[in-house]
Design a protein around this ligand. Structure first.
Ligand SMILES: [Zn+2]
Ligand SMILES: [Zn+2]
Length: 133
């Protein structure tokens, strides 16, 4: 069972299934939608997924034919994408609240990746906020 919620907490969902693989997607539409270097996603079967609150707060955007990105209209959190023809729901990992012990399996669409982000380039990790080196 995987539970998730948006930033403001109005929208919540539940997915009753085995975990799918965790994938970092670097495609341009994910980068734009999340305003981030990549979006971390977990594909699951649509039958396992249900909204548990705030469905009336959802808005969606069809970023490519047949692919709808659902987000909270109140706080802007990207919660899932649905690819109807492929029969897939993509959970957006940043909004998952459940403990997940799996680790990411792959970076995809590196051909589309932000030029300023290289997964092979190790950088400092700080426990709190940014501090100049
Ligand atoms: Zn929200
Ligand atoms: Zn993507």
């Amino acid at each position: 069972m995987i539970n998730g919620s948006c930033l403001c907490g109005l929208v919540t969902y539940q997915a009753d299934c085995d975990n799918g693989p965790i994938i970092h997607c670097h495609c341009q539409t994910c980068r734009k939608a999340h305003s981030a270097a990549f979006a971390s996603v977990m594909p699951i079967a649509p039958a396992a997924f249900k909204w548990t609150s705030g469905e009336d707060q959802l808005n969606s955007f069809e970023s490519s034919p047949g692919k709808n990105r659902y987000f909270c209209a109140n706080c802007g959190s990207q919660l899932i994408a649905e690819r109807r023809e492929a029969k897939l729901i993509l959970l957006r990992m940043g909004c998952v609240d459940s403990e997940i012990s799996d680790r990411p399996d792959a970076h995809i669409w590196r051909s589309d990746g932000a030029p300023w982000y290289d997964p092979d380039h190790e950088i400092r990790q700080l426990a709190g906020t940014y501090a100049p080196a």
